[in-house]
Write a protein that binds this ligand. Sequence first.
Ligand SMILES: Cc1ncc(COP(=O)(O)O)c(C=O)c1O
Length: 428
Amino acid sequence: MTNQQLIERRRKALGPAYSHFYDKPLHLVKGQGVWMWDDQGKRYLDCYNNVASVGHCHPHVVEALCGQARTLNTHTRYLHENVVGFAETLASKMPGELSVCMPVCTGTEANDLAVQIARVATGRHGCIVAEHSYHGNSTLVHDLSTSERFGDPDPDWLATVEPPDTYRGPFREGENDLGAKYAGLVSKSIQKLEARGHQLAVFMVESAWENQGIMQAPQDYLNHAAAFVRDAGGLVVADEVQSGYCRMGAHWWGFKHYDIIPDIVTLGKPMGNGHPLGAVVTTPAIVEKFAERYEYFNTFGGNPVSAAVGQAVIEVIDNENLLANATEVGAYLEGQLQELADRYDMIGELRGRGLFWGLDLVSDPDTREPISKEELRRITTDAAKQGTLVATMGRYGNVMKIRPPLVFSRDNVDHLINALDTVFARAN
Ligand SMILES: Cc1ncc(COP(=O)(O)O)c(C=O)c1O
């Protein structure tokens, strides 16, 4: 069976709605730590996967999964120690009153449930998300994922807001009061909703602005924005699917970098190290209002196997000091990427924190004209050919995404930088 035959079988069996990374799709068969292997035995350094957050096939996580799968798997309508213990452990990582954890299976489900809870708790319906957002794929959350709707009209309960893009946005680095200026746009979006007869329930924010190409917002932006949202009677929902779980270094959560406490936090990808696991974390007061009206049941959300996996992932992060690793190796990675950026005009801006970085690639550093997404795809394909996996993101598809497992080492950084040096030299 050649890979071309497998591609054709896949297209028939799964249909045409799926895409591949890289011009030559990879057929991966094995993973361990930060490495993956293809069907020919070729090894790749994984600089992309936040899902295998504590490293591919981590033995402690695999053992927890197999051990509980061998014993019992049920759901939340039976008592089980695992789900209670996992919810308590996860909540212990949260600040403030964020102490109630509702397990689900995906980031989409988490965001869907968060909006339902916020709508019941506020008695309002309107939502605000950033332009070019991605929050998931259910019918409701698809509406909140403006990057995926390719010009379909917004529902009238939704308003978008320009993300805090100080590189290409309307207010740029060097100007005064950037945080207040970008937050003023949130206030305008609230007014737009109100003019259409919708009061604000949810301001959903992803504090890495990953889908927009990674942004470091002005330090006071989220505090100003949250004040507008709460004054209008809405809730702040932090989508931490990308930015949570130590990804940005220094803190467990991306929003902590901005010193705010959201009303609801949604989680997904890295929680299960590849096992489907997500959660909504909120305050007792908010969830009480929801429970006065509705029961919540999710057949697979919070099953004892998934809970064992979630618990094991947190144990690995704590026992292997992966938050400190993300901070320290992340600082080294930043330094090395900055040196690269100083040498290649094509790198217009380096943005990110911890182990989550974006290289904004431009055809002209003065005009900041993005390179085409096809050009970046050629570059990432070239890196993959050399055994280094990175990806693409951003409004223009021109930002190289670097987001390795949290166990990434300094040696891994050196390997990545050598590979990028080679591909940028070839692309120039
Ligand atoms: C910021 C963000 N939120 C939510 C989701 C949806 O998560 P899932 O694919 O687990 O449904 C994603 C997925 O890429 C995401 O990046």
